[in-house]
Design a protein around this ligand. Structure first.
Ligand code: ADP
Length: 151
């Protein structure tokens, strides 16, 4: 059984993440969307909100599970028999950043990182831009799944 994890902050999940998840799920038997918990980071959305946005987006997809985790992604993988880490690439900056993480992860554990190139139409979207649009009362709904709504 091929199990993969798609780790991230998802603050909030965007149409860019959605694209990677919808294409990535076809490659694996199970895809775990894992929200990393970092006590030092300030988030716009609480962990519960971020989790619910994702769960609501994929409630009809039995191959997708949503979890939260603390600590190293590779440790989560080893504990849960996950062999692959899925990541999305938007641009050269993503590539350089992801390359260092993937090499480090492979030093730590025999886990392969699989990269999917972003769809052209969502390649400019990032959670930080979405948060900026929300903070400034812009129409963020074009950038995120329907399940993401600010109260
Ligand atoms: P992190 O804090 O780990 O970077 P993010 O939630 O920002 O978490 O991103 C999680 C993953 O989703 C990363 O692999 C990132 O490159 C990818 N990603 C984010 N936005 C997009 C996008 N628009 N298109 C494709 N992949 C994306």
């Amino acid at each position: 059984m091929k199990k993969a994890i798609f780790p991230g902050s998802f603050d909030p999940i965007t149409l860019g993440h959605l694209d990677i998840i919808e294409r990535g799920v076809k490659l694996f038997d199970e895809l775990i969307i894992a929200i990393g918990v970092n006590a030092d980071k300030k988030y716009m959305f609480s962990l519960e909100e971020r989790k619910k946005f994702i769960e609501d987006s994929f409630k009809d997809e039995p191959k997708i599970k949503v979890v939260t985790y603390k600590g190293l992604t590779v440790d989560f993988c080893l504990k849960n028999n996950v062999d692959f880490i899925l990541r999305g690439l938007r641009n050269p900056a993503d590539f350089e950043f992801e390359k260092a993480i993937a090499h480090t992860n492979r030093d730590l554990a025999p886990i392969e990182t699989v990269f999917l190139l972003t769809a052209a139409k969502t390649s400019y979207i990032s959670s930080s831009i979405v948060r900026d649009v929300i903070r400034n009362d812009g129409d963020y709904t074009k950038l995120v799944p329907e399940t993401v709504r600010v109260q």
